[in-house]
Write a protein that binds this ligand. Sequence first.
Ligand code: GDP
Ligand code: MG
Length: 426
Amino acid sequence: MVTAVVGANWGDEGKGKITDMLADEADVVIRFQGGANAGHTIVNQYGKFAMHTLPSGVFHSSTVNIIGSAMALDIEKFAAEMQSILDRGVPKPQILISDRVQVMMPYHILLDRLEEQRLAGKSFGSTQSGIAPLYADKYSKIGWQLNEFYQDDEILLEKIDRIIKQKNALLENLYHAEPLNRDDLLNWIKKNREAVREYVGDVGAYLHKAIKEGKNILLEGQLGTLKDPDNGIYPMVTSSSPLAGYGSVSAGIPPYEIKRIIAVTKAYSSAVGAGEFVSELFGEEAEELRKRGGDGGEYGATTGRPRRVGWYDCVASRYGCRLQGCTEVALTVMDALGYLDEIPVCYAYELDGKVITDFPVTKDLKRCKPLYKVLKGWKCDIRGIRRYEDLPQQARDYAEFIEEQLGYPVTIISNGPAREEIIRKP
Ligand code: GDP
Ligand code: MG
């Protein structure tokens, strides 16, 4: 059976933790989109890890970990991350990288950085890891699928020449930077293809067989619905779809094989980078929540940037769950709210004097004001609780209010960063 673990919000909902937990029973874990731009935090018997490229199943030696074709593969970061987990005593994981995956080229990273500098204050808040330039090239049909790396020099040089003509025009004229050199690029390809050669294969064929054999397969999303290029807060979105449906494209499996879709949503809101965020908090209130959020505060797993925080947004999350095709909800980081006397929850927006509950397009979102229902806090530490009925009444009321607002069943409550800090909600 295929299960997807995906984000219902802006990312950083705690998908890594939920995936790592489910990976216990998974034969296969697949990262299906994005690249080294986002991070998943995983806390287990080996320590605390910020994973950017490797699938979250790498801590289970019996699990096969797949990099799907729709990902952006940064080979250098992949190799470094692999080495870092081996250095910390994790047994060598089983890895399969799609031979169709797009490869992050050094000029993608360079162009991303130069463009952010050029835009300065008007930037998209890119992590400058080359993601947008890579996907732009993919759809302009000048990207590099990993399989192409394993060809003769003359074929590689022919493509390099074609690409650098265009890139150098940009580099020299728009950014006033050094042009790319064909031999440097060729050498870069030849060196990097060796770092992953042993892992490259046909993911679709592998999964076709795995599904037939009844294997347990997990699709792991990155970011969340609101960063989807089609359905999110365009243009402050990511470059590949974080929707579960896209998992079937990247994995090369039929969409109807995805039977279970767990939408992960955090008990309050957080977002990195620019973009509309209706229930955002500022000042001291924000600082307090940021400090208490996540595991040691809401700071980016990739960049260390302070994350923007706010109250829980039912409008955005309901939309987030719907587009994911959510079959159940995991509500995470409940424990972080234990300090509050009262907890406001945004249940609707006010737009030009009207109350709306459907998430609008970005131009309208800019004018939306949050409408809050104020719930009672539970004022205690709920970490360590393992059974739903042992949660304080106010905590159950909070979870049940969100559940009712979302219209999807909350089945998992996470009350701590570690794998076992989980409550199954009946
Ligand atoms: P992802 O990108 O969705 O995988 O989420 P991140 O790992 O980037 O951010 C989630 C943060 O919350 C990390 O610091 C996690 O360790 C932490 N976390 C996840 N679940 C819980 C939880 O239930 N309680 C607390 N306190 N922290 C959690
Ligand atoms: Mg993250």
